[in-house]
Every structure is written in C-alpha cells, then in structure tokens.
Design a protein. Structure first.
Length: 669
C-alpha cells in the first residue's frame, strides 16, 4: 500500500470551517492591498497525536504554491497571517498532517520525566529520522541520518535524550519531517485584493453639462476642469460623471420627465447613443476625446480619480439598433421592447436581450466598452442597474477585466432585494450602494450597520453609503431643511469608509420633490441643464470640507469593521465609535437624528471598546469645533441642536495609551 493509498483509506485529519470563505469558498473574499489577512480553520484528528498545518498560497497565475506555518490555538483552532502585498487575486488552501516526530518527542519527554526506561523509544525515534532522511536530499539527508545514528549509539543515554529533545533537531524535522496522513482542504479558496481606494473613498457625483459658468450654456469638460479645485477643496477623491455619451433624439424626454418635450430639450444622459456614436463616443457638446483625457489627467493631479457611469442600454438611435437588431427583444407587433418598471416607462431606452442567440457576441462587445474607457485612463466604474442584467454576464465579465486590470473598481447601483445585492457583490462588484438613504431611525441604523460590519457579509459586501442620488431625494431631506442634510452627511461619512453625495444638489440643500410623495427632484438634472450658486451662504461646503479632512487624518474612519454602537437614553441621539487599534486612534460620534428639535441625553459608553478602562477622566476633543470636553467614565451629558447636530470626538487620555488587548474585534483585517 502506498503512502497516498494509506492516507486515503485512513483519513485521520479533519479540516473544517476555513475562513475567510464566502459560501464555503464558492466566491472570493475581498481585502485591500497591504492587509494582513487572518486565515483560520478548525483542524483536528482522532487520537492524541500532534498535528501540523500549513497555509498554501500563491498569487493567481504563479506556478508554485508558497507555504506559511499555522499556529495551534485552544479548541482545535489554527491560525496564520498572510500579508497581501499586491493587487489581484490570491489563492489559498490548507494542508494538515500528523506530526509523527513531534508526537514521539512529546511522549519521550513525558516518559523521561517519569523516570521510565526510554531505550526502545530512542530506537523508535531513530526509525522516524531514517524515514525522513530518505525523503530529504544531499546535506540535509546526511544530517538527519547522523541524528538517527546518535540516538542509538553507545553514548550515555542522557546525552542521547538531550539530543532527541534539542531544538536544533526539532527545527530540522519541522522542515523535513515526513507528513503522515496528510489532508488537504477539499477546495482552493480565493481572495480578491483591491487597491486602497476600494475601502476608503469619498465620491462626488456631478453632471458635466451643468458645469458651465452661464446658466444658458451647455457645460463642457473644460468647464469641469475649472470645477475641480472646488471638488478637491471639499476633500473628495472620486468624481463620478453620469453617462457622457451622445443622447438619442427619438422619444427624447423633456423637463421633469415629460414625454412632450419643448423644442431644444437635451434629454436624459441615460438615453445613450445617436448619430454621433454610442458607448465609446462622447456627447459633442461636452468636448472631444482629448478634452476628456485632459480632464482625467487634471483630476489625477489634484488627487481625484474619475469614475464613469456604465449603463448597458441604448436609445432607439444608438448605432447598435441598426447594426445588431438581434441584440434586442421584439414585441409581437414588431417594435422593440422599451425599458419599463411599472408604473415607470422609459420609452427613450431599449434594453439589451442578454439571452439572444448572439449572446456571446453581445457580451464581448459590452466588455470592449469597459476596455475602451480603461484605455482612456478610467479605472472606476459605477454600473447602472446591474441587477436587471444576468448574473452570469457579470460573473463572466468582471473577473476577466480584473485579471487584465486588477486595479479596476466596480460600484453596483442596485437598489433591490438584499440577497440580490449581496450576490452581485459575491460575483465581482467591488463596492455596492446600500439602503442607507432610507435608514433614518436609531434602531434601524444600528441594526443595518451592524449587519454590514459584524456579520460574514463583510467578507464580500463593501458598502458605499450615498446621501442622495439624481433618483433619490428622500422624505427626510425634503422636510428637514439644512439640519437634515447636515445629519445625513455626518452619518454617511462617519458610518461609511466609502460614501458619496450627488452635488451640487446636496451641499446646496436641493429638496424640492417633483410632487408630494415622490423621491424625484423637481427640475431634475436628468432632463435639463441646471445652474448652481456655489457661493450660497447656507451651503454645507465648509462642513463637508472639514469632515473629509477629519476622515483623512483619522485611520479609525478608514474601515467599517470596528463600528461599535454605544447606549444613549434618548431615541433621537445615536452614539458610535470607530477605532484603529494599531494606531491607537479612537473616534466617537454623536448625532442628533431630529432635524427640528434640540435633543439632550446621557451616554453609557462601552469603555473597553474605546480602549479605556471604566473609570477616570479622558478628553473628548470635538474635531468639528476644536472644543475640548473632559469626560469622566461612561456616563456623560450630551446636548445637540438642529443647527449643530453632531460631535465627532477624538478620544484621548493624557499619558495613557488606548488598550484594546481585551477587546474582541474579530478579524479586523
């Protein structure tokens, strides 16, 4: 019987519950370049033999696996740490085996301590060493053979025992000992490693056609360049542009989504395609390709990455409609099926038929849209309504693109059922919109953020909280005035390492709905040009700038995983902390959720989660106002007005280093 046959027949080692693993390894976990990821598994065997376990890992495409030893912890838990140095995809699995030599060594030590005769035991050990020597090579094989001979030579038994128990021999056998009854985990798992901006970013959405200095003129990329200092000055590092392509004329929508547009209506940017071209073309009034590339480079010099909207749909005038009619679904009367989401109708948009007999030709063409814009310097894409396209398409296209361009980031704009949103994240989307806009009450905020930060969801779903979008003007923003915008901004930017706003509508407090009960904007930029007074006195520009400075300066706000909610005795006051244990950075946020009234109350802080013991004074420095408070213990008085509805505290005790050693944060990395 060969060694492999014996291992198969007598499978002694069990490897279970390997993590991180999404759906038992069916999908990759997500991490960020530079992370030290914790790999854990439950590993055990029958009997009392010692075990060894090794993490096997490699960058996808590498020829050889690398090995990192795992450490045994109580209750059959094994762990090791892997530094993810490069962007891309890593593979890993676990190999474990019975360590015959260490089992023998442990028994020898016990028998020696009990004063037993170990002559035969030394003979057994010599046999184990000789077997290992056969599998070794050259100098190493000779070393092990010499050690085997030393265990049974005529030297005093004390000398032979001392050699058998030496760390030198143990180290040699740890590397070259036989791996008895080896078990390899039944599958290889994967981790997708994204650039740091995938975890921590501040997005600003803006229509370039509304960037002109005069209200009667269509904006251009050159106008957007002039707007960059304003955006960079507020601290945003991603500028997201809605579709920049030619807009169809057929059934073009007018102001406020009317189907009876006035002459000169400019239409919706999501009605993509016209005589000038389609998804690889630029609306001529915005400028040309060189103007666009200049905008990309100018933004990059100011620390801003440009993100483009990818909407896989077309206007009736898109070149695809004429050149590839087989890519669209026909109705019984011979007309092409337009998009609709009853009661909403989008007569100016044709969806693709992803199940067409020419599906692969269509899919390859759509992939080439991403490839084209990557070639123009864009590596971040906000994907429109991905849940209305087949999962299989995204599962095919995103890994292909990331294999060629691992730095790319895909944001899924899918406001739909939770399992669908989560599945899109599993199959490749880097970031995801969330239900944040509609979570306004204390309990629902706490429950939702806890789900995202402290359940297995976090291994694959990377949230990006948006205060508003061109499609979402929530009732809270409509009715709460400036304080409502202030509140929602603080929550989004301090509960989310990734967040975004649609501006200038947000900082300029645009809150007029199309009609009562609607979340659509009156005079929406989706259908017309808008001119914005960026110098308005009530603008939130200064608040946004300050908070983004705070975010950048405090690593506690760079990840969602340490979010901890603290008790308050007022349902309108929410309190939470974010920490960076390695840096000793502790941020405590308190927000008045009521935009109309002053709220007062008392905190009951979880002091260990702040890295503090339960007693004694500590400083709470409000980074918004630079005002310092001396607090004592967990109970502290709070009063927040609608006009100043939040504190962002830096927690510090003079002469005291925060201690997180007793705090269970789970797998922070």
């Amino acid at each position: 019987m060969t060694s492999d046959d014996k291992s198969s027949l007598f499978r002694r080692v069990i490897i279970e519950n390997v993590r991180p693993a999404v759906d038992h390894g069916q999908y990759p976990a997500k991490r960020i370049q530079g992370d030290m990821v914790t790999i854990e598994a439950d590993i055990y065997a029958d009997g009392h033999d010692d075990l060894r376990a090794m993490l096997l890992w490699k960058k996808e495409g590498a020829e050889h696996w690398r090995e990192s030893p795992m450490t045994a912890l109580p209750n059959d838990l094994w762990r090791c740490f892997l530094r993810l140095e490069e962007v891309g995809r890593y593979q890993f699995t676990i190999l474990a085996w019975v360590d015959e030599f260490e089992t023998w060594r442990g028994q020898l030590r016990k028998r020696t301590q009990a004063g037993q005769d170990v002559t035969v035991d030394l003979m057994i050990g010599a046999g184990i060493l000789r077997k290992a020597a056969v599998g070794a090579h050259g100098k190493t094989s000779r070393q092990i053979t010499n050690w085997a001979a030393a265990l049974v030579d005529d030297k005093p038994i004390e000398t032979r025992i001392s050699g058998a128990l030496s760390e030198e021999l143990s180290g040699l056998m740890n590397t070259h000992g036989q791996r008895e009854f080896p078990t390899k985990y039944f599958r290889d798992l994967a981790i997708v490693v994204d650039p740091p901006q995938a975890r921590f970013s501040a997005w600003y959405e803006m229509f370039p056609r509304s960037a002109a200095e005069r209200p009667d003129r269509h904006g251009t990329f050159a106008d957007m360049e002039k707007r960059l200092p304003y955006i960079a000055g507020m601290g945003f590092d991603v500028l997201y542009l809605p579709p920049i392509h030619p807009i169809g004329a057929t059934l073009r929508k007018g102001k406020n989504n009317t189907t009876q547009p006035e002459p000169g209506a400019i239409g919706s940017p999501w009605g993509i395609g016209g005589a000038e071209g389609g998804h690889k073309a630029i609306h001529p009034e915005l400028g040309g390709l060189e103007d666009f590339k200049r905008l990309v480079e100018s933004a990059r010099r100011q620390g801003i990455s440009l993100a483009l909207d990818i909407a896989f749909q077309v206007s009736p005038d898109h070149p695809y409609v004429a050149s590839h009619p087989e890519w669209f679904r026909k109705r019984p009367d011979g007309t092409v099926q337009y998009a609709e989401n009853p009661p909403k109708k989008y007569q100016d948009i044709f969806p693709f038929d992803f199940s067409t007999p020419s599906a692969m030709e269509l899919w390859q063409e759509l992939k080439s849209v991403f490839d084209y814009w990557i070639g123009q310097g864009v590596t971040i894409f906000r994907v429109d309504n991905p849940h209305t396209k087949p999962f299989a398409f995204w599962e095919w296209v995103i890994p292909q693109i990331k294999k060629e361009h691992p730095e790319t980031i895909f944001l899924a704009e899918a406001f739909t059922r939770p399992k669908i949103m989560y599945h899109l994240a599993k199959i490749g989307f880097t970031q995801s919109y969330t239900y944040f806009p509609w979570r306004n009450g204390k309990t629902e905020i706490m429950e939702y953020m806890t789900e995202l930060a402290h359940t297995p969801v976090r291994d694959f779903f990377r949230p990006n909280h948006w205060t508003n979008t061109p499609d979402i003007l929530t009732a809270f923003l409509q009715s709460g005035g400036r304080p409502a915008f202030f509140i929602r901004f603080i929550l989004a930017s301090t509960l989310g390492a990734n967040y975004g706003i649609y501006g200038p509508a947000f900082e300029l407090l645009e809150n007029r709905p199309l009609h009562e009960g609607s979340e659509e904007y009156l005079d929406s930029e989706k259908y017309q040009l808008r001119s914005w007074d960026l110098d308005r006195q009530d603008s939130l520009r200064e608040v946004i700038s300050k908070v983004n400075q705070i975010r950048r300066a405090n690593p506690a706000l760079h990840s969602d995983w340490t979010t901890c909610f603290h008790e308050t005795d007022n349902s309108h006051l929410i309190c939470y902390s974010r920490t960076a244990p390695q840096e000793g950075n502790v941020i405590l946020v308190l927000v008045n959720l009521d935009p109309h009234n002053t709220q007062i109350g008392w905190t009951n802080l979880n002091m260990p989660r702040l890295g503090l013991d339960g007693a004694g004074e500590f400083e709470a420095l409000d980074l918004l106002t630079n005002q310092s408070y001396i607090w004592n213990g967990p109970r502290n008085y709070v009063e927040l007005r609608p006009g100043a509805p939040a504190h962002i505290f830096l927690i510090h005790r003079h002469g005291y280093t925060p201690n997180f050693s007793q705090t269970d944060y789970g797998n922070i990395s």
